[in-house]
Ligand binder design. Sequence first.
Ligand code: HSE
Length: 325
Amino acid sequence: MLINMEINPLKKKANISSEISVFAPATVANVVCGFDVLGFALNEPGDEVRMRLTEQPGIRLLKITGDDGRLPLNAAKNTVSASVQHYLRHLNRPDIGLEIELHKKMPIGSGLGSSSASTVAGLFAVNQLMGNLLTARELVPFAMKGEELACGYGHADNVAPALMGGFVLIRSYDPLDLIALPTPSGLYAAVVYPEVDVPTKDARQMIRSKIQLKDAVIQWGNVAGLVSGLFLNDIDLIGRSMKDVLVEPVRSILIPDFYKLRELAMKAGAVGFGISGSGPSVFALVKDEETGRKVTSALRKHLESINIRSLAYISTINNEGPRVL
Ligand code: HSE
């Protein structure tokens, strides 16, 4: 392929640095009704990757912080290094040497696209070091490989918004067709992570593979309603479309007092509420930061009353994707 032959980042491009640190954002996948096809990016939290070009070919994962020893340092098994490897193989650059550090700044298994944030930070970093050869959109399939390694299925509803920013619709997986959707101005996401572990792999296995036509009708009405709401900047339409009759009824049992949390969030002024990705994090879309604070504090107070520790984030929507630190 053309792009790989002409640039040797180690020698030719004086303006390309040999070391870089990148932040990539957490994401809320599904956005309630759009299982595997909708997601958006947050401004916080997120993960950081530090990457350095070396003379010696091959990828070395030097250190991981913030993971309590839960993630593999083996370069073939870690989603960051494995997807970077796919990228370099695609460019036919076995001569490239890289040292990687991963700094986890968000909880693992939280439903906030933790593996996606790490993988995307790594891919964005290597792509910068190589002279920005691919666009964010072109990096998505490599990041999907990382998701496949992490949970057994290469879903794109975390990695696409993490790379492209904003709300993204995956109109089709084969062929991959990604649609960037508009972000209504002033929108915030209020996220609460109850500290119980829900691995995405398990949360995917519990979903029914057959659905009733009447449920499908409700679901696609809501997906279309949500997408229309984003285009029309119609917050009420967005809110009333945030309903899921397919996945939430099953997965909600993994989240302590889920329906009570919804009631509290809506009472505190949320536009809509649901499970973030595969959970256990829950999120609400809210019209301002103050309402976000009311929502997170009501939810955390309730979780505390049932002896569950939690973390909260109130964030604007990230419209840029990853950034160089
Ligand atoms: N769409 C995926 C799922 C997102 O719900 O399993 C996982 O973060």
